[in-house]
Design a protein around this ligand. Structure first.
Ligand code: SF4
Length: 286
């Protein structure tokens, strides 16, 4: 992993495409992602962005945006004004193109500095999106921040399996992510488990019952319709569909999402969302 310290001019990116109805801005404390070489990195759509990778292998580099908190403060008034005028409020997605709580965060503290800045200058809404159990270590700042803005923590748990055949393991085990979700919810935070992208689930009833015990809602997102390309074409070019099909051939069709969604509704009635509606907090009626 090549790590370098960088500075940026602006850290608040106006949302477009998939995120346009989810938030007004995305915010990336880092560029690149250390989890890129783990299970979630296999199908990660960010690896297809030349703007981000500049030809580098996904998971091989990390740019630490050392002035991210200052850049947030500098852009705050302007971007909040724009969001309130042109979108449904100043709602930030942290993060859509990196993991905000990678192991390197312990040393660099970039995400923490941003969250602390938000205590002084809160957005209207904040969606914290993570694949890491380390998010639970940030409840000391997330809990007071939830008093200042509408805050949801999205913990990605794509399956009850830690491994798919032939692919690297998850960076953070399923058990650790469940434990983190439980800790955050016990701290009074609003927690959503994002099953995104949906991977083959060994025991769907147990899985969604377990989610109902640690989260307020669940989002299910299949790579078909969820990876930003027509029919999941981007993901089809990765090793992910083959590994999914080796476990359950039906899991690579969109119908699998609907079947899992019907089971999820049993345990979280009225609190199941799909694709971008789910990420935006819009739940399907039972
Ligand atoms: S943590 Fe997120 S950004 Fe990083 S590799 Fe996994 S899916 Fe991609």
């Amino acid at each position: 992993m090549h790590t370098e310290l960088t500075t940026i001019r602006s850290v608040l990116t106006r949302a477009s495409g998939f995120l346009e109805t989810v938030c007004s801005h995305s915010l990336q404390p880092y560029r690149g992602c250390p989890f890129g070489a783990s299970l979630c990195g296999v199908g990660c759509y960010v690896q297809h962005s030349l703007h981000v990778t500049q030809g580098r292998r996904w998971g091989s580099f990390l740019e630490v945006r050392t002035n991210a908190a200052e850049a947030y403060q500098a852009g705050y008034e302007r971007e909040r004004r724009w969001a309130r005028a042109h979108r449904a409020g100043f709602v930030i997605f942290l993060s859509s193109a990196t993991e905000p709580f990678p192991p390197q965060e312990q040393r660099h503290g970039i995400t923490r500095s941003i969250l602390e800045s938000m205590l002084d200058r809160p957005p209207d809404g904040l969606i914290v999106q993570t694949h890491s159990h380390r998010v639970a270590d940030f409840r000391d700042v997330l809990v007071p921040l939830a008093q200042r803005c509408a805050l949801r923590v999205h913990v990605s748990i794509e399956s009850d399996r830690d491994r798919l055949p032939g692919l690297p393991p998850a960076a953070s085990t399923v058990a650790k992510r469940f434990a983190a979700a439980a800790t955050l919810r016990q701290a009074g935070l609003r927690v959503v488990v994002t099953v995104a992208p949906l991977l083959p689930i060994d025991d769907p009833d147990s899985f969604f019952a377990r989610i109902a015990g640690v989260a307020d809602a669940v989002v299910i997102d299949h790579y078909i319709g969820g990876d930003g390309s027509v029919g999941g074409a981007r993901t089809r070019n990765t090793a992910l569909p083959g590994a999914m099909a080796a476990i359950d051939a039906t899991s690579v069709a969109l119908e699998y999402r609907d079947r899992m969604g019907a089971i999820a509704q049993k345990y979280l009635p009225g609190r199941v969302g799909y694709c971008r509606d789910g990420f935006a907090g819009r739940w399907n009626p039972t």
